[in-house]
Design a protein around this ligand. Structure first.
Ligand code: PEP
Ligand code: MG
Length: 317
């Protein structure tokens, strides 16, 4: 099946009974984009722009950012590219961003909180993205949203920059669902966001109150925990209530045990590690929606991640 999926190249992926599921790749460099294309990705559901900002003394200027985003867009050859705004701070320090030492960096100044605290960084990045051609290829995604107000503030800046640049085209602006707050209020966010994409790595860390960087709890940190699955289901419902699609760009999208459950919960876009794209496409092509939905309902009723994994192994068999 993997070989079949590879042979079909970038062809749009559907379940066996015809539900369209976009299978994208996560990127952190131009090299990733090349690998994603070789593996038949339909585009990118997450460009981690931190790669441009880390391990250097000064922030990249607009021209440098535009050149890198453009190179990645060109490598994707017209396919969709979802660019995540800078997710830096706390555990990912940069010398030009003097963030005072924090006792709990995961709960501190990170993600869009940095962009809102340092508007010049946010504005440079938005301007750089708006310079990519064709702009229709791009969508913008906001990390670490906890409240609708944060999305509104980004939208206001984006609208102002578009007006300054005399742009009438509207670049879709989506939200990363990485906090339980965002998942629970997905219906409120979806009223104003163009799409939702679940970052299951952080959503799991925050739902289970377990530090994803702490080795002593890492083995218990499993996104298939029923609490996380319920938050994912809630997010999909919130999106559907306003006709917005919900994707997953965290690690669960690369996990063959998770994919049938995600689709059964209502996820219609998966952004996986480039190397596993053919496997995920093959897996999706073998699913039917009713079976995935029934499986997801059974998973929601489990009492532990271990039970969900047992169920998922049976389903796969
Ligand atoms: C996530 O949190 O699931 C995610 C995709 O973002 P990152 O892993 O870059 O924090
Ligand atoms: Mg994250």
């Amino acid at each position: 099946r993997r070989a079949e999926a590879l042979a079909r190249g970038h062809a749009p992926c559907h379940t066996q009974d015809g539900q369209r599921i976009e299978v994208f790749a996560n990127l952190g460099s131009v090299a990733d984009a090349t690998l994603a294309m070789a593996n038949g990705a339909e585009g990118s559901g997450l460009l981690r722009t931190e790669f441009l900002f880390l391990e250097r003394e000064t922030a990249p200027d607009m021209a440098e950012q535009t050149a890198d985003y453009q190179a990645i867009a060109d490598t994707l050859a017209g396919r969709p590219l979802i660019i995540r705004l800078l997710d830096i701070g706390g555990d990912k320090p940069a010398p030009y961003l003097p963030i005072p030492a924090e006792e709990n960096p995961a709960l501190g100044l990170r993600g869009i909180r940095v962009g809102l605290a340092r508007p010049e960084i946010l504005e440079d990045q938005l301007r750089a993205i708006l310079s990519v051609r064709p702009i229709e290829q791009c969508k913008i995604m906001v990390p670490m949203i906890a409240s609708l107000d944060e999305l509104r503030q980004v939208r206001t800046v984006l609208d102002r920059l578009c007006a300054e640049l005399g742009r009438t085209d509207r670049v879709p602006l989506g939200v990363m669902v990485e906090t339980p707050a965002a998942a629970i209020t997905a219906d409120l966010l979806a009223r104003e966001a163009d799409f939702l994409s679940i970052g299951t790595n952080d959503l799991t860390q925050y739902a289970l109150a377990m530090d994803r960087g702490n080795a002593s709890v890492a083995s218990a940190l499993d996104g298939l925990h029923p609490a996380v699955l319920r938050l994912i289901g809630e997010t999909c419902r919130g999106g559907q209530a306003h006709g917005r699609w919900t994707g997953v760009c965290g690690g669960l999208a690369s996990d063959p045990m998770a994919v049938p459950i995600l689709i059964g919960l209502g996820v219609t876009e998966l952004s996986a590690a480039p190397a596993v794209v053919p496997d995920i496409k093959a897996l999706v092509a073998g699913l039917t929606l009713p079976a995935a939905r029934a499986h997801a309902q059974a998973a929601l009723a489990c009492s532990s991640a271990a039970d969900v994994r047992r169920l998922a192994r049976e389903f796969a068999a």
